[in-house]
Ligand binder design. Structure first.
Ligand code: NAD
Length: 421
């Protein structure tokens, strides 16, 4: 009865009985994986009876893979993600010693999963360090393949580093390296293609979900040809490819210059009224402040790899931390998508029943949304809201909530299932 998910004419086609490969994960991965699947299965049944059902197919990675096959990331695992397009994973320990630097990075690179999506929303009752957590509804689109994270680095003193430095100094005439003899170097590639595909995905997401804005987050004031170019390419893309659906801050500024503030404001209001997505930009440091002080001003956030890393953790902390922050790595062109818990393997609590399965559950909910199974996704959101409102939580949140009831990993999953109405 099972069938394969496909991309047909650029659109994802999900069968009613898809196979979903999953990596259990190391450490608390073992604790959270099956409770999360129980929650998702219950929500799918609640929403669709037996007309839709996921078949979970375990694929190996990490410690378990190493013990069973001698490889941390067997080829069969990559093949399964390619074959079935959509998969999910628990956290993986970074292998100690040589070989693969990071299994997560290897998966992202092999499948060219160029967007890391992190939705950030608050559940009533969850402790938050900010004043208006209920006003947080942000969706981070972090570029996953470029930037200073591309791994092009040269260590001080090594031969190739000297070669690189000499090229910069002698061939390129660079005279701005403060300590040339004792410098290490990193290269920051930011491409037009990479910027455009990221921003396109962010704008389409905002349009699909009728979200009000996309904020381009960058340090283009300093790094003009990389981060500044990212900003300009993103604005160009919005104005050229989404002329009907967006209004950009750059268009606003041009109008202000040309016709005055009154007309520019009128155009902005008209665009908002017409339901257009407002595409604006913000310098990263200002954005980190802004998002704390006025979270309601930002909806979808499009940014590069390093900025995205910082932004993701700050926003996650604003709504309850990594135990309940979901994520996904997606290639919107090929359809490949791996949904994942954003936290690590938490070896300090593995096997104790203390792990919060929320991050993996919410990642699986993102997966349901990606599949178009929105009714099932809504069941989980609603039920989780009820459980948090009743102050029933796992140990990570229990310590911060007065009068809360402490649940184990499995009990928390059961509570969600019981609260699906
Ligand atoms: P970690 O996220 O595993 O733990 C940090 C802290 O958060 C710990 O105190 C832990 O107990 C707590 N925590 C994490 N997840 C939790 C949950 N679901 N419920 C309750 N508490 C939770 O980070 P770390 O200790 O820096 O990393 C441990 C290992 O995980 C390393 O090998 C690292 O490379 C790996 N890691 C993997 C991923 C991934 O697979 N996506 C991400 C981060 C780290």
């Amino acid at each position: 009865m099972t069938e394969k998910t496909k991309i047909v004419a650029g659109k994802l086609v999900v069968p009613n009985y898809p196979v979903i490969p999953f990596i259990e994960g190391d450490g608390i991965g073992k604790d959270i994986s099956s409770p999360s699947q129980r929650v998702i299965d219950a929500a799918v049944t609640k929403a669709y009876g037996d007309t839709k059902k996921i078949t979970w197919k375990e694929v190996l990675a990490g410690e378990k893979a190493y013990h069973e096959t001698g490889s941390y990331l067997p080829d069969e695992t990559i093949e399964a993600f390619k074959e079935y397009l959509i998969g999910i994973k628990g956290p993986l320990q970074t292998p100690v010693g040589g070989g693969i630097r990071s299994l997560n990075v290897a998966l992202r690179q092999t499948l060219d999963l160029y967007v890391c999506v992190r939705p950030v929303r608050w559940f009533k009752g969850v402790p938050s360090p900010i004043r208006y957590p209920s006003m947080v509804d942000m969706h981070i689109f972090r570029e996953n393949t470029e930037d200073i994270y591309a791994g092009i680095e040269y260590m001080m003193g090594e031969d190739e580093t000297k070669k690189f430095r000499d090229f910069l100094v002698n061939e390129m005439g660079v005279d701005k390296i403060r300590f040339p003899e004792s410098s290490s170097f990193g290269v920051k590639p930011i491409s037009k293609d990479g910027s455009e595909r990221l921003t396109k995905a962010a704008i389409e997401y905002a349009i699909d979900r009728q979200l009000p804005s996309v904020t381009i987050v960058h340090k283009g004031n300093i790094m003009k040809f990389t981060e500044g170019a990212f900003k300009n390419w993103s604005y160009d893309l919005a104005e050229n490819e989404f002329a009907e659906q967006t209004f950009t801050w750059r268009q606003y500024e041009a109008l202000k210059e040309d016709k005055g503030e009154l007309d520019a404001n009128k155009a902005l209001e008209a665009a908002k009224k017409a339901g257009k997505v407002i595409v604006k930009d913000s310098i990263t440091d200002a954005f980190l402040q802004e998002s704390l002080l006025h979270p309601w001003d930002h909806s979808v956030i499009a940014t590069m790899n390093l900025n995205g890393d910082y932004v993701s953790d700050q926003l996650a902390a604003m709504v309850g931390g990594i135990g309940i922050s979901p994520g996904a790595n997606i290639n919107y062109q090929s359809g490949y998508a791996i949904f994942e818990a954003t936290h690590g393997t938490a070896p300090n609590i593995a096997g104790t029943g203390k792990a919060n399965p929320g991050s993996l559950i919410l990642s699986a909910v993102m997966m349901l949304e990606y599949m178009g199974w929105n009714d099932a996704a809504e069941h989980v959101y609603d039920a989780m809201e009820h459980v948090f409102a009743k102050r029933k939580v796992t140990s990570d949140l229990h310590a911060q909530m007065e009068g809360a009831t402490l649940l184990t990993t499995s009990e928390f999953a059961d509570a969600i299932i019981r609260n699906m109405h």
